[in-house]
Design a protein around this ligand. Structure first.
Ligand code: GRF
Length: 194
């Protein structure tokens, strides 16, 4: 059975969806949360879910130090797969190389369209009609690694940005757990990880 770590900076709704989907049974586990902001909603959700949460500071020190701490934690905890879920830090090429193929991210657009922050809002304001989410392997760029899965929805006539954002997040909460479960299954089959 494989062990997932989730990295988050914000409210943590995707972290929660992953944790609930994997559950506390005998299958794969959401073993831990790492966050870079003490005030992250994700940390509160981890406490509620009984999942260990680790704060690693990125601010005020070299990125390499934070990444070394992260790498040591992931190895010590025998983590097989790392899911970024609203993690607002760009990982260095060295870290990405060390974890390549075991680092995935979710982004609220149909990549390669609308990479970066505030993707839904920017697409909405530009008049897009099709919205969605993408799960991809992480590479050295911003929301640019190889795609694993995407799903889309059509904007309803007159739909507000808030309503649309909510529907995109609901889509994410269905898509991400499905993809992560498949990857965790695969990691067990190949015996490559852990
Ligand atoms: C999600 O829309 C995710 O796709 C993006 O950041 C947002 C995080 O939301 N990378 P949450 O913290 O999981 O609620």
């Amino acid at each position: 059975m494989a062990r997932l770590a989730v990295l988050a900076s914000g409210r943590g709704s995707n972290f929660q969806a992953l944790a609930l989907a994997l559950g506390k049974g005998q299958g794969h586990s959401c073993a831990l949360l790492v966050h870079d902001r003490r005030a992250a909603g994700a940390a509160l959700r981890a406490a509620e879910l009984g999942i260990p949460a680790f704060h690693i500071a990125w601010s005020g020190r070299p990125r390499a130090e934070a990444e070394r701490e992260l790498d040591e934690l992931l190895r010590a905890e025998a983590i097989d797969l790392v899911a970024l879920a609203g993690f607002m830090r760009l990982l260095s090429p060295g870290f990405v190389a060390a974890w390549r193929g075991r680092l995935v991210n979710i982004h609220p657009s149909i990549l390669p369209a609308w990479p970066g922050a505030d993707a839904i809002k920017r697409a909405y304001e530009a008049g897009e009609l099709i919205f969605g989410a993408s799960v991809h392997f992480v590479d050295e760029g911003m929301d640019s690694g190889p795609l694993i899965a995407q799903d889309s929805i059509r904007k309803k006539s007159g739909e507000s940005l808030e309503a649309l954002e909510e529907r995109v997040h609901e889509l994410e909460h269905r898509l991400y757990p499905k993809v992560i479960r498949d990857l965790l299954d695969g990691s067990c089959e190949t015996g490559r990880m852990g």
